[in-house]
Write a protein that binds this ligand. Structure first.
Ligand SMILES: Cc1ncc(C[n+]2csc(CCOP(=O)(O)OP(=O)(O)O)c2C)c(N)n1
Length: 590
């Protein structure tokens, strides 16, 4: 292993090893050489090289989403760092730990006309857990510091002993900062940033570490809050309509035993989304299919009032369905409890109480102890069954459109694939179909951006044993085309692009109205195809334009191959939006 001679660089490397933070995504530069070579020369680190920092950020996010441990992002000085912003914001709102290490020029070289410098402090604003700079080592290149020393990095009187003393204080400060930042990232599952100033030369290394770290990681107890759970029993005993809504989660967040017991309680209705990754045959998986048709009914008030919960329990991260948000804002529960570590959101404006305990423990000690069991499930089940029949009838006769693409896809994705879905209409269409239980589904819903879906999926694929499929719209795909500029893509990686030649989502969002500006500035139609990109990046490529063509293509699409594959499906944006509107009208006639 090569250890940089610069003390702060060496200290960072040693803490990464101490915290077992070993996945490192490095973008090229010069200022980051001490760390880049330090990481790359040690076999304990898994280093990935990605040129585009925006893509690197999402790639790291994809890895951390799967491993649930922080991934290091390392870049040079200047605008390189700013390109991490979208991924950092996504990680912050999705509870994914990332550790950004930006390297920088010394403070006396900033804003004096030196190249590739910006103010790197706090560049992510409030979209990050913490952002701090290490102090510059004064024992490294002391003479270079003294040439400027406007900021008094070195204090007088000058003597070897005094510089050593100053360096010792700097080392203590830096260790404290590194330690607490890493600790917080791991515990809070959020991104953090450490900016590190280095003076040149940057290429000096030694073969063994000279620094002895002062701090040892403590055991991390993720569920810190000690709550008395007994007090919730009387609440659940009194209220008979309990609605549970599960946002983005990882598989097994709720154990099979807890799911089974919750499903048996008829006073509890569990609504899941594609990204909940927690299923049970008695949970309701397609929220919009139940809610949307009611919106068109004359007696919608009566129907919604009957479905209104008394207690709302949320778990996991963001909720995708706009329709359930609207329903729960219009018909709010008296109590909203959010269970688990994810940030609690007052999405339904009725106040939210955060209970920071393991949800399995919470249910076992509270709700599952109660005896009240009135049949709230039935009201939902009746509606679900009615709409399900209509759904099947509509799909049978609907024209080839985005809806039909998802109906075919949902039944053809092999069970052994993990599925990444891009924003925005792909994830919304998928919500209307039941996926096989075994497929885990991910989508960047922290900030719902279209800027990193491909890179995230590629990142997740490199650490996940199961093969990965990305389902994306055309704008999302072309936006993150650099996601394919990546030498870690496995041959079993698959991409399905639904190319409706623009932002089809805007035609199906509530309130949409056509006018002369809509097309050019909102839908942004184009004539691009992925064919040339596929060729450039070594993907096999097919294009399909019909239901039959799609079905035939899917029969061979997931089979083993020597190269990854892209399947581009061309649909009509107008026909797709009309079909979806007709679909919801049709369901409401049930
Ligand atoms: C970085 C970013 N810019 C803009 C948006 C707003 N936006 C949301 S969906 C969307 C269009 C997505 O189009 P496409 O990927 O083709 O999927 P479609 O909805 O057409 O199926 C845009 C521009 C966003 N979410 N993120």
């Amino acid at each position: 292993m090569m250890y940089p001679t610069i003390p702060s660089a060496q200290t960072i490397l040693l803490y990464c090893l101490r915290f077992n933070t070993t996945d490192v995504v490095i973008s090229p530069g010069s200022r980051n050489v001490p760390l880049a070579i330090g990481f790359a020369s040690n076999k304990k680190f898994n280093c990935y090289s990605i040129v585009d920092e925006r893509s690197a950020g999402f790639f790291a996010l994809g890895i951390a989403q799967q491993t649930k441990t922080p991934v290091i992002l390392l870049c040079t000085s200047g605008t390189a760092l700013l390109n991490y912003s979208p991924a950092i914001a996504e990680a912050y709102y999705s509870n994914i730990p990332l550790i950004v290490l930006s390297t920088d020029r010394p403070t006396y070289k900033i804003n004096i006309g030196d190249g590739q410098t910006i103010d790197q402090n706090k560049v992510f604003g409030n979209n990050i857990l913490s952002s701090n700079s290490l102090l510059q080592d004064v024992t490294h290149q002391t003479q270079a510091i003294l040439k400027s020393n406007i900021q008094k990095l070195i204090k007088t009187p000058l003597s070897t002993a005094s510089i050593k003393k100053q360096q010792s204080k700097i080392q203590d400060f830096n260790e404290e900062l590194i330690y607490s930042s890493f600790f917080n990232a791991i515990q809070s599952k959020k991104p953090i940033h450490i900016n590190i100033p280095f003076e040149e030369p940057l290429y000096d290394f030694i073969s063994s570490a000279t620094i002895k770290l002062s701090k040892k990681p403590q055991r991390l107890d993720v569920f810190e809050q000690k709550v008395s759970l007994d007090e919730f029993i009387p609440l659940f005993e009194k209220k008979s309509k309990i609605l549970m809504l599960i946002g983005c989660s990882t598989p097994n967040y709720l154990s099979i035993k807890t799911r089974k017991k919750l499903a048996e309680k008829t006073s509890v209705v569990v609504l899941t989304e594609s990204t909940s990754n927690l299923s049970h045959k008695s949970f309701f998986a397609n929220i919009d299919k139940i809610i949307a048709p009611i919106e068109n009914l004359k007696n919608k008030k009566a129907v919604f009032s009957n479905l209104k919960p008394q207690i709302l329990i949320t778990l996991g991260g963001m909720i995708i369905s706009k329709k359930i948000k609207q329903f729960l804002r219009d018909y709010p529960a008296t109590h909203h409890l959010h269970i688990g570590l994810n940030t609690p959101n007052d999405t339904f404006y009725c106040g939210v109480e955060h209970i920071k305990v393991d949800p399995n423990l919470f249910f076992e000690k509270t709700l599952l102890q109660t005896t009240v069991d009135l049949n709230y499930q039935n009201s939902w089940l009746e509606l679900y069954n009615k709409h399900q029949l209509c759904h099947k009838n509509f799909i049978k006769q609907a024209p080839f459109s985005d809806l039909i693409v998802f109906s075919v896809l949902s039944s053809k994705i092999p069970a052994y694939y993990q599925v990444h879905v891009a924003n925005s209409s792909p994830i919304r269409y998928l919500q209307l179909f039941k996926m096989p239980e075994v497929n885990s589904v991910y989508c960047n819903r922290g900030t719902s951006g279209i800027d990193g879906s491909t890179s995230t999926a590629v990142g997740a694929s490199v650490v996940n044993k199961t093969p990965t499929l990305l389902v994306t719209g055309d704008l999302s795909f072309f936006y993150d085309a650099n996601g394919l500029w990546n030498s870690y893509i496995n041959s079993d990686f698959r991409i399905i692009i639904i190319n409706n030649h623009g932002g089809g989502i805007f035609k199906i969002l509530p309130g949409h109205k056509e006018n002369k500006f809509f097309s050019s500035f909102i839908e942004t139609p184009h004539k691009l195809s992925a064919k040339q990109l596929a060729k450039m990046y070594g993907f096999k490529y097919q294009n399909k334009k019909s239901k039959l063509g799609l079905k035939i293509a899917l029969n061979g699409f997931f089979k083993k191959s020597s190269a990854p594959k892209i399947l581009e499906i061309t649909t009509s944006s107008k026909l797709s939006s009309d079909t979806l509107k007709n679909y919801f009208q049709f369901l409401s006639r049930a």
